[in-house]
Design a protein around this ligand. Structure first.
Ligand code: PEP
Length: 247
């Protein structure tokens, strides 16, 4: 079943004080909105603050595919579950491009978290260079085919299309460019998963703000957003959530 989701990726931002304020303020700003699901991805050291409340859904920004062992600084799927997480981001472009995570590694992570009953948000997206050289769809297809290799239990899978050139740059994809990519992603998922792509939630990410959320959410294959910068302030994040509801 496709859901309407507005998720916030906080990356390496905020601290315990500002997070406690967010946890206190945000639920009141969206308490009348039941048809949009908000999920927050804080830094893992602050997951305990979310475990102490039961209003906001949350998850990890990254995960290791092994359950335990000598993997210094890594976090296992079981540890995320132990902290009350139901979600995890896999393959964010910063993990791919700064930390060198490739589709094979991300496939292992996806298999592991799905087997652990977590909901992964699998991020895919092309760089500016790839788009300019007409390789965007080729890259997206490769990320889907290699990342989802041997995966059949896709009920919990969420995809985020995040063109790398739009992340943190202030440059959003136009609704038409985003819709074209989302349609391609859904068609590819349908081909790979015997038409079950229709049921997979596909989010858009890349400089989403209250000013552009409405025109993006009107697009047929955009089911919600993965938001970076604009998710750090409760009022702005709530505004994006509200705009979606009003569509
Ligand atoms: C992101 O981090 O996934 C993201 C989309 O960031 P921003 O909204 O700041 O571009």
């Amino acid at each position: 079943m496709r859901e309407t989701i507005v998720a916030g990726n906080w990356k390496m931002n905020l601290n315990s004080l500002s997070i406690m304020d967010f946890i206190k303020d945000f639920p009141h700003l969206v308490e009348d909105i039941t048809e949009v699901k908000n999920i927050i991805f804080p830094s893992s050291v602050y997951l305990y603050l979310f475990k102490e409340q039961n209003t906001i859904l949350y998850g990890g920004q990254n995960v290791h595919f092994e359950e335990k062992g000598a993997f210094t600084a890594e976090i296992s799927p079981g540890m995320l579950r132990d902290m009350g997480c139901k979600y995890v981001i896999i393959g964010h472009s910063e993990r791919r491009h700064i930390f060198g995570e490739n589709n094979d590694l991300l496939n292992k992570k996806l298999i592991s978290v799905l087997n652990n009953n977590l909901n992964p948000i699998y991020c895919i997206g092309e760089t500016l260079e790839e788009r300019k050289s007409n390789k965007a769809f080729e890259v997206l297809k490769k990320q889907l085919v290699e990342g989802l290799k041997d995966i059949e239990n896709i009920e919990k899978l969420i995809i985020a299309y995040e063109p790398v050139w739009a992340i943190g740059t202030g440059e959003t994809a136009t609704p038409e460019i985003a819709q074209e990519a989302h349609k391609f992603i859904r068609t590819t998922l349908n081909e790979m998963q015997s038409n079950r792509g229709e049921n997979i939630t596909v989010l858009y990410g890349g400089s989403v703000k209250p000013q552009n959320a409405k025109s993006l959410i009107k697009m047929q294959d955009i089911d919600g957003f993965l938001v970076g910068g604009a998710s750090l302030v409760p009022e702005t994040f709530a505004q994006i959530t509200r705009i979606i509801r009003e569509d």
